[in-house]
Write a protein that binds this ligand. Structure first.
Ligand code: SF4
Length: 687
């Protein structure tokens, strides 16, 4: 200090803490924190410092800068793993791990391909956005895998598409790196040609260059040493390790514009106004773990670096920054990801110090973690053309069991599906496979039973022998499914069918029985408010036995209760009674136009857990008298006779009238169980 004294005009501000007003902001999460902090910036202040304790926030901060802030200097080490270039490469390698090479063709998984197309680097290209539109179009054929050679999607020869397809057509690991380098070079050239680049794009440009150099060296190393990598996952792990280590050092001109920097880079720089982000305990001081074999006490004794020293350095930088500034704005998040986190102990120290004026501001009221969302209510009168179209369609419109269930359980879901025709079910291939398995089971039963008018118990052995052939023919080797899926589905389907027949061969069985209906539509016309409707549903199996007629609906999903108290309960929002409503609706469709002396029972067969026939028969709460004359209630199997049909029809008409009533809006369900697997949960955010 003696050798390097302060300049004569240097004014030391030693008790500046007491003079300034420090504001501490608590915000719901890191992104909101960055956006809120940027609102406090005014254009081109060179004496303002924005200090990022967590460097990963840099892209969010750059994207949130107010329009007037044009001069920005970034001085910090920025890890490439936080960049969009990294996510692009990661998605590419995820995709190639899922590619299939069959018959000289490359098959691309649809969902991962769409995920890649949504990447900000690719969304810039019109031709790739058109691909997304095509893939989302309801009229396009749904396939889990897209053929690179045959699909019309991949016929365009725009430069970006050509580079992407060359990358995907490879099977040589070394060439993957080469084509990746070409892609990086392509992005670099594209961006250089742009007249104006946003600050974020400039940052990505540097990342692309950095990675290009690092991966080129890796490529040369593999090439010169003739190292072969035979596994895509290993290749990705190596590339990932290289990327993880890359940092770009961003140096700026400290005399002009807004200064953005890390905490370390702020040493020896004074600002009039300073904003420090991510002041959370897990970030600063954070985990100062040091991987070492030397005991802490020995390190301490011999004056070697210890965690406390690192904490002390952070503390010094933090307090020095505040000490030298006129205005300090400090920010911390209450959540990082899904985890609740605490404010930094440095902030606590400030709050508990009686000599320093610190104001803590909580911003929850204005910006919340998006868990409290206003309910969605759609007024039928405001949807104009769509509503008129729907009303007009009701003149002779078909109303299926699925549409009715949708309306009863959640009028808003009905609006999304039937009025706006929204559906994103195709984005969830697992649901598709589950639905396919159900279809295959129904189809297999139809084929196995079709040659019999009456099935006697002795026929069941012959039916069982046919199962393997029927299933093999049914699930063909088309490329909607991978060969592994085909194999698994065949085995699964066969085991369900064998189990079903084995159970039916026991003493208690549905057979002998006459087959009345096999996979067939049931329908009836109904007139409501001068509008004619055709109600319909598809029955899996209707059999006539000596004792009664049974309508059987096969289910491949989880079991649901089919007992209920009153018919009107079937028309209330209650996800548990969806299957009960379906059976009752089929009972209504069958019985309303047919007279029969025999009782009509309705049954679900849960094929995955099938162990006893007649176990899940639609049942209703009844009053009964026991032997001693006492009245008791119990659920009794429901004979769907004329009285029940009349009662059901009254409730059904009321419900359809409600649907047609312009004054009753489409509202969200009151039973949250309906939302658990609803495709529209992303829009509703009900749970
Ligand atoms: S998420 Fe829930 S409220 Fe929204 S449409 Fe689906 S079922 Fe209805």
């Amino acid at each position: 200090m003696k050798d390097f004294p302060s300049p004569d005009d240097f004014i030391a501000l030693f008790r500046n803490f007491e003079k300034q007003q420090i504001k501490v902001y608590a915000l719901p999460n890191e992104v909101v924190q960055a956006k809120y902090a940027c609102q406090l910036l005014t254009p081109n202040e060179s004496t303002t410092g924005l200090v990022l304790a967590d460097e990963s926030l840099l892209p969010v901060v750059l994207a949130s800068l107010p329009e007037g802030v044009t001069k920005v200097n970034i001085t910090m080490g920025y890890s490439v793993k936080y960049s969009a270039t990294y996510t692009f490469i990661r998605q590419l390698f995820k995709l190639i791990q899922q590619l299939r090479f069959v018959q000289n063709d490359t098959w691309i998984p649809r969902s991962s391909w769409m995920e890649l197309l949504y990447h900000p680097f690719l969304m810039e290209y019109k031709e790739l956005r058109q691909q997304i539109d095509y893939l989302l179009d309801k009229k396009s054929t749904y396939q889990l895998y897209l053929s690179l050679n045959k699909s019309s999607l991949f016929k365009s020869d725009s430069p970006i598409e050509q580079r992407l397809y060359s990358f995907l057509k490879n099977s040589d690991r070394l060439n993957y790196i080469n084509h990746l380098l070409e892609l990086l070079r392509f992005f670099e050239m594209e961006w250089i040609q742009k007249e104006i680049l946003s600050i974020n794009q400039e940052l990505e440009l540097q990342v692309v260059r950095k990675l290009f150099n690092a991966l080129s060296k890796f490529y040369e190393l593999l090439q010169s040493n003739e190292i072969e990598i035979n596994d895509n996952r290993l290749l990705w792990r190596l590339i990932h390790q290289i990327i993880q280590r890359q940092k770009i050092d961003l140096y700026g001109e400290p005399l002009e514009g807004l200064q953005i920097m890390g905490l370390m880079e702020s040493r020896l720089i004074d600002f009039d106004k300073v904003l420090v982000l991510s002041l959370n305990e897990s970030v600063i001081p954070g985990d100062k773990f040091m991987p070492t074999f030397i005991l802490h006490s020995l390190r301490s004794f011999f004056g070697m670096p210890i965690p406390e020293r690192r904490e002390a350095i952070d503390a010094y930088h933090f307090y020095r920054l505040l000490q030298r500034s006129q205005q300090s704005f400090l920010f911390y998040s209450q959540f990082i990801g899904a985890d609740e986190v605490d404010k930094s102990s440095y902030v606590r120290q400030l709050l508990y110090n009686p000599d320093i004026q610190v104001q803590e501001v909580f911003i929850h009221d204005k910006i919340t973690k998006s868990d409290r969302v206003e309910p969605i209510i759609i007024d039928k009168k405001t949807i104009g053309e769509d509503w008129q179209k729907l009303i007009n369609e009701f003149n002779g419109m078909l109303l299926s069991h699925a549409a009715l269930v949708s309306y009863i359980q959640c009028p808003l879901k009905y609006y999304f599906e039937r009025v706006k025709h929204l559906t994103d079910a195709k984005l969830f291939p697992d649901d598709e496979i589950e639905a396919k398995m159900g279809d295959f089971f129904h189809e297999a039963i139809k084929k196995l039973f079709k040659n019999y008018d009456i099935i006697e118990p002795q026929h069941l052995d012959d039916i069982k022998k046919n199962i393997s052939t029927v299933v093999d023919n049914l699930i063909s080797n088309n490329f909607d499914l991978t060969w592994m899926q085909v194999l698994l589905m065949k085995e699964q389907l066969k085991s369900w069918l064998y189990k079903f027949i084995d159970i039916e061969k026991a003493e208690i069985s549905h057979f002998p029985a006459k087959i009345i209906v096999l996979e067939q539509e049931l329908n009836t016309k109904i007139k409501i408010s001068e509008k004619k409707l055709l109600l319909f549903g598809r029955a899996d199996l209707i059999i006539e036995r000596d004792d009664a007629i049974y309508i059987i609906d096969f289910k491949t999903g989880l079991e649901k209760d089919v007992s209920f108290d009153k018919i009107e309960d079937l028309f209330k929002q209650n996800a548990k009674l969806v299957y009960a409503f379906q059976l009752a609706f089929y009972g209504y469709l069958y019985r309303v136009n047919r007279k029969s002396e025999k009782p009509l029972y309705l049954e679900n067969i849960y094929i995955k857990k099938y162990d006893t026939p007649f176990k899940k028969i639609l049942s209703k709460l009844e009053l009964k008298q026991d032997d001693k004359g006492k009245t008791k209630t119990s659920y009794e199997q429901l004979n769907f006779d004329e009285n029940i049909v009349a009662e059901f029809e009254t409730c059904l008409k009321d419900k359809i009238n409600e649907l047609l009533d312009e004054n009753i809006p489409f509202t969200q369900t009151t039973d949250n169980k309906n939302c658990e697997y609803c495709n529209f949960n992303l829009i509703c955010k009900k749970n």
